[in-house]
Design a protein around this ligand. Sequence first.
Ligand code: SF4
Ligand code: SF4
Length: 103
Amino acid sequence: MSSSIPHLQLPAEPAVSCSNCAACCCQLEVLLISDTGVPPRFIDTDQWGGEVMLRLDDGWCAALDRDSMRCTIYAQRPLICREFAEASEECLQERSNLTTIYR
Ligand code: SF4
Ligand code: SF4
């Protein structure tokens, strides 16, 4: 005989965390504004001559591991990636843009 879990014991929404996210923010353009040691093979130049993270044809950053959806250069990731705060307004916006992933 199966017993059901009372509703009140379940969290309404899972907490916003990078560990339950499909790296939604890693589709944004990332300008390199300081040298953090990003390997040259991951660096591209934008139309104004600025250095940016290389993105693949589908929009994802070239440094993203597509199996784990984790950053392969975490220790050398750009400053902008370091400052993109988990659960910030921008983060929630990016997650909502990819909402179908969570359904
Ligand atoms: S910062 Fe936000 S959008 Fe980026 S990976 Fe973490 S939870 Fe996802
Ligand atoms: S460098 Fe890493 S954290 Fe930054 S966008 Fe690329 S994969 Fe994401």
